[in-house]
Design a protein around this ligand. Structure first.
Ligand SMILES: Nc1nc2c(c(=O)[nH]1)N[C@H]1C(S)=C(S)[C@@H](COP(=O)(O)OP(=O)(O)OC[C@H]3O[C@@H](n4cnc5c(=O)[nH]c(N)nc54)[C@H](O)[C@@H]3O)O[C@H]1N2
Ligand SMILES: Nc1nc2c(c(=O)[nH]1)N[C@H]1C(S)=C(S)[C@@H](COP(=O)(O)OP(=O)(O)OC[C@H]3O[C@@H](n4cnc5c(=O)[nH]c(N)nc54)[C@H](O)[C@@H]3O)O[C@H]1N2
Ligand SMILES: [Mo]
Length: 764
C-alpha cells in the first residue's frame, strides 16, 4: 500500500491517522510547506460554518423576493426538493427568457482536483441544456491576458510558461528589479496544486550568487529580509512614471540600445517622442517622475545607471496591473527592458509573475494533462470577469473590450459554483445592490460564505478531503491520487453528483454523464492522461496501481527557458505573432481603437484615485494584497487564519508615524472608510510599509452590519472600500489596488462577528 494524499492549491499532504486523529503532513519533498495548510483540516471540520443541508432562502420561497438577500433566514429542505426547485427554476428561465438570461461565469478558485473542478462541472452541465453567459479572463492578470497578445504575440499563458527559468535567472542576473517584490507569501499557491514550493530557495541561490535585488513596493516585506534587498517605495500606482523617469535618464545618458530596438521592436520612435516631451510638451525626466512617485531624482538616475551597467531583469508581480490603467506598467516595463537591450539573454530582460504563484519560472517539461471536457456553449455573450456589477445593474448597456463593442444581456438567474464574488469583487456595497436584480441565485459551496448567504438555493458541497480525485498539473511533475480521507460532513455531496441529478431532471443525463459514474470518470481521465504521457515517452501505471500507490512522479526533465530566447537569436526564423512580428512598443492596432485610457503606446495616466491627486490630504492608499494565512476567502474560518487576527479582525499594517498621526495604537481597532464603504480592522504597526499606505489583505469573510444606522463591515474586508471600475476600455480588468481611504480609531463598542456562525434558519 502506498500513502494517502490530499492536494490543494497551497500544497500536497500525506494523511496520517484516522477519524479524529487524522493529520495532514506536507509531503517530504516540499522545501517550504505553506502556512495555509495549517488551517485546512480545522476549517473542513468546523460544523458552524459548513453548509450541512440544502437550504432555500425564505424570502425567495415565499414571494420570490430578491431584495431581501442576506436579510431573511433559510429553510432547510431535503435534496430531492432542493433539486426539483433548482431544475424547475432553470427550465422556467430558459423557457421564458432563453439561456442568455443565465449568468454562470462563476469565477473562482474552487479545488485543485482535475475531476471535481467546480466550474468545469457547472459549464459541462449547462452546455447540455443550452448554455449560459460566461466571463472571460481573470481577477489575477486580465491586462496581461488582453494586452500581451497584441504586444508580444503570446497569450498570457504562453508568456507565463516562457518566463526565464529560475536556474538561469539565479546564475546570470546581476540586478533583479522587482516591481511589487517577489514574495513567499503569494508563492505558497499554485492553481491546480503543487508538490513543492521553491521560490524562496531560488531567491536564496540568486542571493548567494551575488544577484543584487531591488524591491520596489509600498511594502518592504514583499521581499524576504534575508535576501538583502534594497527597498524603494514609490507612491502606489506610480510605477509607470518611475519607469519613464528611468527611461528618460537612459536616453539622456546615451544608454539606450538602439540596435536592439531597431532589430526587435516597432514603434520606439513614438515612445521616444513622448518620453522627450515632443508629443505633449512634458519631458518625462527623473525630476518629473520624482514629483509623481515621491522618490528623489537621484534614486531614479542611480537605478537607471545600474540597470544599464548590469545584467538586469525587470520583474513585475501581477498585483502591479490590478490598478487603474494597469496595462501601462506592463507595457512600459517591457519597453524599458527593450531599451536596455537585454531581452532574450538568460538573466536579463522582462518577467511578469515571478512569485505571484509558485510555478512561474519553474524549470521542467510542461505536460498538458487532460481535464474534464466542458462541451460547447451555444451562447456567445460574455463579460470581462470584473464587470459583474455592471452586467446586473445595466442590462442593454454597451461596453468595449479588446477592440469590440458588446452589450450586457439581461440576467434572470445567476449560478455560482466554486467561487465567491462577495470575496473577490470590488465595491461590495455596489455588488450588494446589483445582487438584488436577478430573480434567482443558485450557489454551491462547502461553507456558508458571503455568497452562499446571498443565494436563494444553496447546495452543500463536500470538501476535497471527503471525495476522491486526481491532482495533475501541467507544471508539476507529481501526479497524485487524492483519497477521500473522511466521511462526508452533513448531507453534502460533490458538484458532480448535484449536476448528475439535475441533468436527470432536465433530460440531459446521458449527455452529461456519458454513462460514467465518479469512478468511471476518474479512470477515464487517467486513461486520457496515459495517452498524453505516452506521447512524452512516459509510461503511467494502470489506474488501480496508481490509486493504490497514491503518487506517480514523472521523470523530471530539467528543461529551462529564456523569455524571447528563440526570437532574439533569429527574429526572421522565429518572428513573434504580432502584426509586425516584433515586440510592439507602439501598437497600430491599439492606436486605431482610439481609447483615451489606453492609447497606442505606454503613457502615464493619473489613476482614478492616488496620493498625488489634489485634495486627498489625510487619506491613505489602501493596498489589499493576497493573505498570508489563507487562499482568498478560503479557510478564513480555520484556526490558522483566525490566529492571525487582532481581536478577531483582519490586521491592517500601518507605519508607526501614521498611527501616531491618527492617534492609533498597536492592537487598536480602526475604522477604515471612504465614500463607498467602511470597515473595521485591527491595527498592527510596522515600518515595513510606506507611511501613507494601509496594507489590508483580502479575504476576511464579508460581515456587514448596521451600526447606529450606518452599514459597517465589521471584519476587515477591503472590498467594501475598493473601486469597481475597469483598468481601461481595452482590458476592463479590476483595479483593486487603486483605492484611497481615511482611517481613525474605533471608539464605539466592538460588534461581534456573525459570519462564522450559521445564518438564521426559519420554518416554512
Ligand atoms: N481587494 C482585492 N480583491 C481581490 C484581489 C486583490 O488583490 N484585492 N485579488 C483578486 C484575485 S487575483 C482573485 S483570483 C480573486 C479570488 O476570488 P475567489 O476565487 O472567488 O476566492 P475564493 O475564496 O478562493 O473562492 C473560492 C470558493 O470556492 C469554494 N470551493 C472550494 N472548493 C469547492 C468545490 O469543490 N465546490 C464548490 N462548489 N465550491 C468550492 C470555496 O469554499 C470558496 O468559497 O479575488 C480577487 N479579489
Ligand atoms: N497566500 C496566498 N497566496 C496567493 C493567493 C492567496 O490568496 N493567498 N492568491 C493567489 C492568486 S489568485 C494570485 S492572482 C496571486 C497574486 O499575486 P500578486 O498579484 O503578486 O499579489 P498581491 O499581494 O496582490 O500583490 C503583490 C504586491 O504588490 C504590491 N503592490 C500593490 N500595488 C502596487 C503598486 O502600485 N506598485 C508597486 N510597486 N507595488 C504594488 C503590494 O504591496 C503587494 O504585496 O497570488 C496567489 N497567491
Ligand atoms: Mo488571482
Amino acid at each position: 500500500m502506498g500513502e494517502r494524499y490530499a492536494c490543494a492549491h497551497w500544497g500536497s499532504y500525506v494523511a496520517r491517522g484516522e477519524g479524529e486523529a487524522l493529520r495532514l503532513e506536507p509531503v517530504a519533498d516540499d522545501p517550504t510547506p505553506s502556512v495555509i495548510g495549517e488551517g485546512w483540516l480545522g476549517a473542513v471540520r468546523d460544523r458552524g460554518t459548513r453548509i450541512l443541508r440544502p437550504a432555500i432562502r425564505k424570502g425567495w420561497l415565499d414571494k420570490r423576493d430578491g431584495k431581501s438577500r442576506n436579510a431573511d433566514g433559510f429553510v432547510e429542505v431535503g435534496w430531492d426538493e432542493a433539486l426539483d426547485m433548482a431544475a424547475s427554476e432553470l427550465s422556467r428561465v430558459i423557457k421564458t427568457h432563453g439561456n442568455r438570461a443565465i449568468f454562470a461565469g462563476s469565477y473562482g478558485w474552487a479545488s485543485a482536483g482535475r475531476f471535481h473542478h467546480a466550474q468545469s462541472q457547472l459549464r459541462r452541465f449547462l452546455n447540455t441544456i443550452g448554455g449560459y453567459v460566461s466571463a472571460v479572463d481573470t481577477y489575477s492578470h486580465a491586462t496581461g491576458e488582453v494586452l500581451l497578445p497584441h504586444i508580444t504575440g503570446m497569450s498570457n499563458r504562453v508568456f507565463q510558461d516562457e518566463v526565464t527559468s529560475w536556474p538561469l535567472l539565479a546564475a546570470h542576473c546581476q540586478l533583479l528589479v522587482c516591481f511589487g517584490g517577489i514574495s513567499g507569501r503569494t508563492a505558497q499557491v499554485m492553481s491546480s496544486g503543487t508538490s513543492r514550493h521553491e521560490v524562496d530557495s531560488w531567491l536564496q541561490v540568486a542571493h548567494r550568487n551575488g544577484t543584487r535585488i531591488v524591491n520596489i513596493s509600498p511594502n518592504r516585506s514583499d521581499m524576504a529580509i534575508e535576501f538583502g534587498a534594497e527597498w524603494i517605495a514609490p507612491r502606489p500606482n506610480t510605477d509607470t512614471a518611475l519607469m519613464m523617469g528611468i527611461a528618460h535618464a537612459l536616453l539622456t545618458a546615451g544608454k539606450v540600445d538602439r540596435a536592439f530596438l531597431d532589430r526587435y521592436t516597432v514603434g520606439w520612435d513614438r515612445l521616444e517622442a513622448y518620453l522627450l516631451g515632443r508629443t505633449d510638451g512634458q519631458a518625462k525626466t527623473p525630476e518629473w517622475a520624482a514629483a509623481i512617485t515621491g522618490l528623489s531624482p537621484e534614486t531614479i538616475r542611480a537605478l537607471a545607471a545600474d540597470m544599464a551597467a548590469l545584467r538586469t531583469t525587470i520583474s513585475l508581480t501581477w498585483g502591479i496591473q490590478r490598478a487603474d490603467h494597469g496595462e501601462q506598467p506592463l507595457w512600459m516595463g517591457l519597453a524599458l527592458a527593450a531599451m536596455l537591450g537585454q531581452i532574450g539573454t538568460p538573466g536579463g530582460g522582462f518577467a511578469f509573475g515571478y512569485g505571484s504563484t509558485t510555478p512561474v519560472g519553474r524549470p521542467g517539461n510542461h505536460i498538458n494533462w487532460p481535464s474534464l471536457a466542458q462541451g460547447q456553449n451555444p451562447v456567445k455573450d460574455f463579460i470581462p470577469v470584473a464587470r459583474i456589477s455592471d452586467l446586473l445593474l445595466h442590462p442593454g448597456d454597451s461596453f468595449t473590450y479588446d477592440g469590440e463593442t458588446r452589450t450586457y444581456p439581461e440576467i434572470r438567474l445567476v449560478y455560482w459554483v466554486g467561487g465567491n464574488p462577495f470575496h473577490h469583487h470590488q465595491d461590495l456595497n455596489r455588488l450588494s445592490r446589483a445582487w438584488t436584480r436577478p430573480e434567482t441565485v443558485i450557489a454551491h459551496d462547502i461553507w456558508w460564505t458571503a455568497t452562499a448567504r446571498r443565494a436563494d438555493i444553496v447546495l452543500p458541497i463536500n470538501s476535497p478531503l471527503e471525495r476522491p480525485d486526481i491532482m495533475m498539473n501541467r507544471r508539476d511533475p507529481a501526479l497524485m491520487f487524492m483519497e477521500a480521507l473522511m466521511p462526508t460532513i452533513g448531507e453534502s455531496r460533490s458538484d458532480h453528483d448535484v449536476f448528475r441529478d439535475l441533468s436527470r431532471r432536465l433530460g440531459s443525463f446521458d449527455a452529461f454523464t456519458e454513462g460514467r459514474d465518479e469512478d468511471g470518470w476518474l479512470s477515464h481521465l487517467w486513461d486520457q492522461a496515459t495517452a498524453v504521457a505516452a506521447k512524452e515517452n512516459v509510461t503511467l501505471p494502470d489506474f488501480e496501481a496508481f490509486r493504490a500507490a497514491g503518487r506517480f512522479d514523472c521523470p523530471w526533465t530539467d528543461k529551462t527557458r529564456t523569455q524571447f530566447g528563440a526570437f532574439v537569436e533569429d527574429p526572421e526564423a522565429h518572428p513573434l505573432a504580432t502584426p509586425s512580428g516584433r515586440i510592439e512598443i507602439s501598437s497600430d492596432w491599439i492606436d486605431r481603437l482610439g481609447l483615451a485610457d489606453c492609447p497606442g503606446h505606454p503613457v502615464w495616466l493619473e489613476p482614478a484615485e492616488w496620493l498625488g491627486k489634489a485634495g486627498v490630504d489625510g487619506m491613505l492608499h489602501l493596498v489589499s494584497g493576497q493573505p498570508l494565512t489563507r487562499l482568498h476567502g478560503q479557510i478564513d474560518n480555520g484556526p490558522r487564519s483566525r490566529a492571525s487576527k487582532v481581536r478577531e479582525r483582519e490586521p491592517v499594517y500601518l507605519h508607526p508615524d501614521t498611527a501616531r498621526r491618527y492617534g492609533i495604537g498597536d492592537g487598536d481597532i480602526v475604522l477604515i472608510s471612504n465614500a463607498r464603504g467602511r470597515c473595521l480592522a485591527g491595527a498592527v504597526m510596522t515600518d515595513n510599509v510606506r507611511p501613507d499606505v494601509a496594507w489590508l489583505a483580502t479575504g476576511a469573510w464579508f460581515d456587514p452590519q448596521v451600526i447606529d444606522g450606518d452599514m459597517v463591515e465589521v471584519h476587515g474586508n477591503p472590498n467594501v472600500l475598493t473601486l469597481d471600475k475597469g483598468t481601461s476600455g481595452l482590458s476592463q480588468a479590476n483595479i483593486a489596488h487603486t483605492t484611497l481611504v481615511r482611517i481613525e480609531r474605533w471608539t464605539s463598542e466592538l460588534p461581534a462577528l456573525t459570519v462564522f456562525s450559521p445564518p438564521a434558519f426559519a420554518g416554512r
